[in-house]
Write a protein that binds this ligand. Structure first.
Ligand code: AMP
Ligand code: TRP
Length: 338
C-alpha cells in the first residue's frame, strides 16, 4: 500500500434542516477532527445526493445548501482550516462516480439497507440515482484518497461498500491506487434516537417535529421538546447497565453526555437516582446553552448569502487541486484517452 496523506472527508445532505442527530453524530465530530490538526479535513454539502430523493425543488435545494453551509460554519468548521464544499461545484465527484457505477455490482447495491428503507414499497418508482447513491458516496470519499470518514452508525454499510469498490478497482487494474478508507464511528451519540420513539433514529424526515431538535429551534422550542420527550416513570440508575431495556432514557443520557463532553456513566454518577422531573430541566439548560449560540450564528450567516457563495466557490477551487489529478490518474488507469 502506498502511504496516503491522512485526510478526512465527510458529507451531509442539504435535504432539510439540521437536527441534533446530525450535530452530535457528525458535525461536532467534524469540528473536533479539524481542530486536532492531525488530518487534512474536507467537508461537503452533498447536493447531488439530495436530488436522488427529491428533484424538482430548485429554490428549496439552494436554500438548504446555503443553510447547511451556515450550520457547518456556525458549529465551528473554519473554511480556512478545512476545505468546505458543495458537491456539484467539484465535478470530479460525479465523474468518478460513473466509473464506480461500472465497478460496483448489482448484487452489492441490492444489499444496501438504506435504499430498501428509503425506497420502501415503491422501489420500482425510486430514482435510478437513489439506487446508485452509495457509488457516488464512494466517489466523494475516494476522489480525495480520504483515509478516514466520520459518520453516524447508519452509514457503516456504505463505508464497507466504499472499501469493496476500492479493493475491486485496485485488484482489477493491478494497482494500489485507492486507499481502504476507515470509518470513524465514535462517541456517545453515533445514533441519536427520536424523542417520541426510542426505537427510531432522530431524523429530519420524521413527520413529527416534536421527535427532533432542529439546530434552528429557539430556547423555548428546545426546552418544550425535551420536557415532552417520551420517557418511563423509573428514576435514573447509577450506571449504563441499568438502562439496557430503557431506550428513551438511554437516549437522553447519551445526548446529555455528548453535549457535556463526558461519558454516559459520568452523567449517571451525577444524576443517578433522580427522576426525569429533575433530569429533563438540566438537559434542557445544557442543550439551550450549547445549541442556542449556533442557531443565532446560523441566522446571522444566512443574512449574507454572497459571503456563503464566496466561501463555497473558494472551497471548490481548493478541492479541485486535489480531485483533478486523482481523476486524471484514474482515467489513465482505466485507459481513457486524453
Ligand atoms: P444525513 O442527514 O442523512 O445526510 O446525515 C448526515 C450525517 O449525520 C451522517 O454522518 C449521519 O450518520 C449523521 N446522522 C444523521 N442522523 C443521525 C442520528 N439520529 N444520530 C447520529 N448521527 C446521525
Ligand atoms: N450518505 C450520507 C448520509 O446520508 C451523506 C454522504 C454522502 C456522505 N457522501 C458522503 C457521508 C461521503 C460521508 C462521506 O448521511
Amino acid at each position: 500500500m502506498p502511504k496516503f496523506t491522512p485526510r478526512v472527508f465527510s458529507g451531509i445532505q442539504p435535504s432539510g434542516g439540521l437536527t441534533l442527530g446530525n450535530y452530535l453524530g457528525a458535525i461536532k465530530r467534524f469540528v473536533e477532527m479539524q481542530d486536532a490538526g492531525t488530518h487534512e479535513t474536507v467537508y461537503c454539502m452533498v447536493d447531488l445526493h439530495a436530488i436522488t430523493a427529491e428533484l424538482a425543488q430548485p429554490e428549496k435545494l439552494a436554500h438548504n445548501t446555503r443553510e447547511l453551509c451556515a450550520g457547518f460554519i456556525a458549529s465551528g468548521i473554519d473554511p480556512e482550516k478545512s476545505i468546505l464544499i458543495n458537491q456539484s461545484q467539484v465535478p470530479e465527484h460525479a465523474q468518478l462516480a460513473w466509473i464506480f457505477n461500472c465497478v460496483a455490482r448489482m448484487g452489492w447495491m441490492q444489499r444496501m439497507t438504506q435504499f430498501k428503507d428509503k425506497a420502501g414499497k415503491h422501489a420500482q418508482n425510486a430514482s435510478l440515482g437513489l439506487f446508485a447513491y452509495p457509488a457516488l458516496m464512494a466517489a466523494d470519499i475516494l476522489i480525495y484518497h480520504a483515509t478516514h470518514v466520520p459518520v453516524g452508525e447508519d452509514q457503516k454499510q456504505h463505508l464497507e461498500l466504499t472499501r469493496d469498490i476500492a479493493i475491486k478497482f485496485n485488484h482489477d487494474f493491478g494497482v494500489d491506487f485507492f486507499p481502504e478508507t476507515e470509518p470513524v464511528i465514535e462517541g456517545a451519540a453515533t445514533r441519536v434516537m427520536s424523542l417520541r420513539d426510542g426505537s427510531k433514529k432522530m431524523s429530519k424526515s420524521d413527520p413529527s417535529d416534536m421527535s427532533r431538535i432542529n439546530m434552528t429551534d429557539d430556547a423555548d422550542a428546545i426546552a418544550a421538546k425535551i420536557r415532552k420527550a417520551r420517557t418511563d416513570p423509573e428514576p435514573l440508575p447509577s450506571d449504563m447497565d441499568g438502562l439496557t431495556d430503557r431506550p428513551e432514557a438511554r437516549n437522553l443520557v447519551n445526548i446529555y453526555a455528548a453535549l457535556a463532553e463526558i461519558t454516559p456513566d459520568a452523567v449517571l454518577s451525577d444524576h443517578g437516582g433522580k427522576g426525569f422531573g429533575d433530569f429533563k430541566p438540566a438537559l434542557a439548560d445544557l442543550a439551550v446553552a450549547r445549541l442556542g449560540p449556533i442557531g443565532s450564528e446560523m441566522s446571522r450567516l444566512m443574512d449574507d448569502q454572497p459571503e456563503i457563495d464566496r466561501i463555497l466557490a473558494r472551497g471548490a477551487e481548493r478541492a479541485r487541486e486535489i480531485t483533478a489529478p486523482i481523476l486524471k490518474r484514474t482515467y489513465d488507469i482505466v485507459g481513457m484517452v486524453g
